[in-house]
Design a protein around this ligand. Structure first.
Ligand code: SAH
Length: 262
């Protein structure tokens, strides 16, 4: 990897790609590596999830490409995006691939990094604060609390075909993980809830749906496992959103520091 200056700021080498996590939205949650990448990049290829305030930090010398591919909408296919990254790097650009949250958590970062490795393109991975950590914190819901849980699971609510992922042992998960955070939950919420109920979780267990976490219009719906589908429908909750199940949700009552903002 390229040389770093005295502050630890690495030089962004022409012809390389940085896979960078932009965090859940608030620019203050960017890492220094992400900021340095934004300063030095020649081209930024970003996803739909990246917050507009962060895109506004891109320097005037960089070109910006939107590789957005959000649930169901027509957009570039993953292999087209990867091919584009390789093409830009081969043209000698400093390519910043900017993703919401953390690039290696449900973000296709692994696939992109593998393709870069296969193509012999030098790359760096800059982790970001994932929505399941940062978004929960902004909702006043701690990921763990001594009184509530010693395990937490991040799980995706749909697989490549768009269905509830069958490769997940929902029964085992329901029994074994006191707190469950479901990414991309909305399309299959009913099916997910049914699986967790049949795993023995109580319909009265506290749950929350955190939408647009960290944005000015962040929404937090506090509900229960049994009522969440109806409540989400009533409130018209829209993605991006996280479903959180577990006793930690109760702590929001005291820990909602973001408060009146959303
Ligand atoms: N790599 C990302 C996740 C990408 S998958 C990360 O680490 O956060 C996309 C899903 O992430 C969304 O459907 C939603 O479940 C969640 N997500 C991302 N940003 C979010 C936000 N600001 N608020 C709520 N959920 C978010």
């Amino acid at each position: 990897m390229a040389d770093a200056d005295i502050t630890g700021k690495p030089a962004f080498a022409p012809g390389s790609v940085w896979l960078v996590g932009a965090g859940p939205g608030d620019p203050g949650l960017l890492t220094l590596h992400a900021v340095w990448a934004l300063e030095q990049a020649d081209v930024v290829v970003h996803d739909a999830l990246v917050d507009a305030r962060i895109l506004a930090m891109i320097g005037p010398r960089a070109t910006v490409e939107h590789a957005g591919k959000r649930g169901g909408k027509a957009s570039p296919k993953q292999d087209e995006i990867t091919a584009r990254l390789i093409e830009l790097a081969r043209a000698g650009q400093r390519v910043l691939r900017l993703k919401g949250g953390d690039p290696f958590l449900f973000g296709r970062g692994a696939e992109e990094a593998l393709a870069l490795a296969e193509a012999g393109i030098p790359f760096r991975v800059v982790p970001g604060i994932t929505a399941g950590i940062g978004g929960l914190a902004y909702a006043g819901i701690p990921a763990t609390a001594k009184t509530a849980n010693s395990a937490i699971t991040f799980v995706t609510g749909h697989d490549q075909t768009g269905s509830v992922p069958d490769a997940v042992d929902w029964e085992g998960l329901g029994r074994g993980s006191q707190v469950i955070v479901v990414y991309m939950p909305m399309r299959n919420l009913q099916g997910i809830v049914a699986r967790l109920l049949s795993a023995g979780r109580s319909p009265d267990e506290p749950a929350a749906i955190v939408s647009r976490a960290c944005a000015e219009d962040q929404g937090v719906l506090v509900t229960t496992l049994g009522s969440c589908v109806a409540d989400a429908e009533r409130d018209g909750v829209t993605p991006p959103a996280l479903f959180v199940l577990g006793e930690v949700v109760r702590l929001r009552e005291k820990l909602d520091w973001w408060g009146g903002k959303g």
